[in-house]
Design a protein around this ligand. Sequence first.
Ligand code: AMP
Ligand code: ZN
Length: 104
Amino acid sequence: MDKCLFCRIRNRKIPSLCVYEDKMVYAFLDINPVNEGHTLVIPKVHAADFLSITPSELPGLIWGVQKVAAAVQKGTRADGFNLIVNNFRAAGQLVDHVHIHIIL
Ligand code: AMP
Ligand code: ZN
């Protein structure tokens, strides 16, 4: 059993509201949204934080974030959005599988 919460979500061992998935990323709604459409995008390969993502995983993650952000913005008719990545406890990171917040 995987110890990482977001690996378990990505492997569908824990339910989530998936909004997008491809070879590189999994995107799902935040369980405690700041506002409507608050979405998390994670790389499928485990990396604890932004500094731990390998060069081969990083482009796919960024492409995925751009795709999901465009769709979420369109779906919520928001005029803009923020991308946030908390890294390490001192910066508020609670889940040690890197995730990009899309907040409208
Ligand atoms: P962070 O503080 O950047 O590590 O954010 C962790 C985020 O994960 C928070 O916004 C939580 O609401 C969210 N979260 C925690 N558990 C779940 C879950 N099971 N499904 C969806 N989002 C979650
Ligand atoms: Zn993980």
